[in-house]
Design a binder for this molecule. Structure first.
Ligand code: ADP
Ligand code: MG
Length: 624
């Protein structure tokens, strides 16, 4: 086209497209899911804008928030149209080719190693999956702020953009035209498309239509000659019944013009989905399979893995909302890397069924940012700016309730895990569902998200005790397995007041520690804390169920009463005095007779409120 401007794809994008176009990946259907998902996102965006400005929707058909699919067998073309926000020329250039999303190269790498395209949507490059089935793609788009443009590419490293002077005006929105490859002609079959749309649009909150063919009977005036010829034939007519009916009528009304019925193909928009959002349904009417499928569509993670747990509830009272929360099967790879500089929550916020944002930080505290899900509230105002919404007083209440529910859900993973100690009588614990599936789930949870629980203890004073219940660790008695504080307490010796722990680099190193000699000999259990964050954790976790925590490498350790201690203290008085005098005051605070050792003659102990040796090590590592 003579008004076309040419652009080159950004290098990573170009590589990605090469891989897609040459892929032998068998599940090519996924392109449709990605296109529907993009159309739905675009519709969400214009609907959101319309909350504060009705005008943006336009009039007539343009204002209909829907998705339409059309097939053209002759042109071998499949097209998908939405009346969403559309793209300006600049959007087309940026979004479809010149700017690689942060996930692009990560996805290219993953593709090269696994060949699995299923996760493409999660990496923010879903659009390019169209090249699984098409060798030429046109994107016609009209945004309220710009003219209508056409983006086109044959995936040969370049794309072109032209002002659209030849297509029908879209009003607003985007139409994607896929010129299908020879081996992808199955996507021109109406039945195939219907099946796929139904499968992929289960959780799309906008109506989807297909331009569907329909065989109808139409009455046409029968041609005189033809009908007389028919009558004179010896009854080979295909529609005996009708013929007979016609004949009997004929007998009565000879003069009436003759009519006959023929099959004709007509087209009409056929609705393919109904849009009752899953979270509006009662939890008891939603099956486990539906929750799993909803999780996949929500997170664009279409692997076979199921979420570890979910919670679907309605909050009533001053602030009303419905929510569905999920614990994903795996922590995202950058969960803790970005912990301190990002506040990104993975909850989508809806207000009265209208999608508002998926980057709404005030819904969950940082330590729960690994959760996925959505919140739909009737108590928030619809027609205000995002900033005003962000400052709305109801959010605090929503957040508080979400945290409670999230912690209950996590606790349930442990309670239902037959491998876990619940502290309750076996028969009081309701263990529902498939036991095998729940076995070892909490250990799995802990390995993925344990650090988040610890960060929660540090950050959330209100829920500290609830979170402490979720803690797991190894100890001198846990036999290489994970154990909990409740379990520790149930094993405490009579007369033992404190919970003993020690911090260090590894369990192996700690097991050799002289600090443990006496405790072990006297059969006391000591917790091993070997994660760097544990040092900080223990500065916040002072007590649990009325028991204090005692670092066994610090001053103040009391292990029962020793009748000889006073005697020993007296007889070694001269030695300790001499020792203290010999060492400088800056170096040691005190020299004491201790009852914590067994074979080792002496140890250096940290004062009760000072840094432990392990903390010194950590701080040093940080300043280096
Ligand atoms: P993602 O949807 O994860 O952002 P995609 O590769 O699917 O990644 O789409 C890239 C971008 O192209 C989208 O973020 C959006 O800005 C734009 N886009 C794609 N399809 C549409 C559409 N139908 N309407 C408006 N914008 C779209
Ligand atoms: Mg997308």
């Amino acid at each position: 086209r003579n008004n076309a401007e040419k652009f080159e794809f950004q290098a990573e994008v170009s590589r990605l497209m090469d891989i897609i176009i040459n892929s032998l990946y068998s599940n090519k259907d996924i392109f449709l899911r990605e296109l529907i998902s993009n159309a739905s996102d675009a519709l969400d965006k214009i609907r959101f804008l319309s909350l504060t400005d009705k005008e943006v929707l336009g009039e007539g058909d343009t204002s209909k928030l829907e998705i339409q699919i059309k097939l053209d067998k002759e042109k071998k073309m499949l097209s998908l149209r939405d009346r969403g926000i559309g793209m300006t020329k600049e959007d087309l250039i940026k979004n479809l080719g010149t700017i690689a999303k942060s996930g692009t190269s990560a996805f290219v790498e993953k593709m090269q190693s696994t060949g699995d395209l299923n996760l493409i949507g999660q990496f923010g490059v879903g659009f390019y999956s169209v090249y699984l089935v098409a060798d030429y793609v046109e994107v016609v788009s009209k945004h309220n702020d710009d003219k209508q443009y056409v983006w086109e590419s044959k995936a040969d490293g370049a794309f072109a953009i032209s002002e659209d002077t030849w297509n029908e005006p879209l009003g607003r929105g985007t139409e994607i035209r896929l010129h299908l490859r020879d081996e992808a002609q199955e996507y021109l079959e109406e039945s195939k498309l219907k099946e796929l749309v139904k499968k992929y649009s289960e959780f799309i909150n906008f109506p989807i239509y297909i331009w569907a063919s329909k065989e109808v009977d139409v009455e046409v005036p029968a041609d005189e000659d033809e009908s007389s010829a028919e009558e004179s034939s010896d009854g080979t007519s295909s529609e005996e019944g009708e013929d007979e009916a016609e004949k009997s009528e004929d007998e009565d009304t000879e003069k009436k013009p003759k009519k006959k019925t023929v099959k004709e193909t007509t087209y009409e928009w056929e609705r393919l989905n109904d849009v009752k959002a899953i979270w509006l349904r009662s939890p008891k009417d939603v099956t486990n399979e539906e929750y799993v499928k909803f999780y996949h569509s929500l997170t664009k993670d279409f692997s076979d893995e199921k979420p570890m747990a979910w919670s679907h509830f309605t909050a009533e009272g001053d602030v009303e909302f419905k929510a569905v929360l999920f614990v994903p099967p795996k922590a995202p790879h950058n969960l803790y890397q970005s912990y301190y500089n990002s506040n990104k929550s993975n909850l989508k916020l809806y207000v009265r069924r209208v999608f508002i944002s998926d980057e709404f930080d005030e819904l969950l505290p940082k330590f729960l940012s690994f959760l996925m899900g959505l919140v739909d509230s009737d108590s928030l105002p619809l027609n205000v700016s995002r900033e005003m919404l962000q400052a709305h007083s109801s959010l605090k209440t929503i957040k508080k309730k979400l945290v409670r529910k999230a912690l209950d859900m996590i606790r349930r993973i442990a309670d239902e895990d037959p491998d876990e100690f619940s502290g309750k009588d076996e028969k009081d614990v309701e263990k529902s569902g498939d036991e095998d599936e729940k076995k070892g789930q909490y250990t799995k949870f802990w390995n993925e998200y344990g650090k988040s629980i610890k960060l929660g203890i540090i950050e959330d004073a209100t829920n500290r005790n609830r979170l402490a219940k979720l803690l797991r660790f190894e100890s001198t008695k846990s036999d290489g397995k994970l154990t909990s504080l409740d379990q520790y307490i149930s094993r405490m010796k009579s007369g033992q007041k404190d919970i003993f722990y020690i911090t260090g680099i590894s369990k192996e190193q700690l097991e050799k520690s002289p600090f443990l000699e006496r405790l072990k000999k006297k059969n006391y259990e000591v917790i091993f804390f070997t994660d760097p964050v544990d040092e900080y954790l223990m500065q916040y976790l002072m007590d649990y169920e009325g028991k204090q925590f005692q670092n066994v490498s610090k001053d103040g350790l009391k292990i029962g009463k020793d009748s000889k201690s006073k005697e020993l203290k007296d007889s070694f008085k001269e030695l300790t005095k001499w020792w203290k005098g010999t060492l400088k005051t800056e170096d040691v605070h005190e020299v004491k007779i201790s009852d914590r050792l067994d074979n080792t003659p002496c140890v250096v102990v940290t004062s009760k409120f000072g840094w432990s040796a392990n903390m010194e090590r950590l701080m040093q590592a940080q300043t280096l």
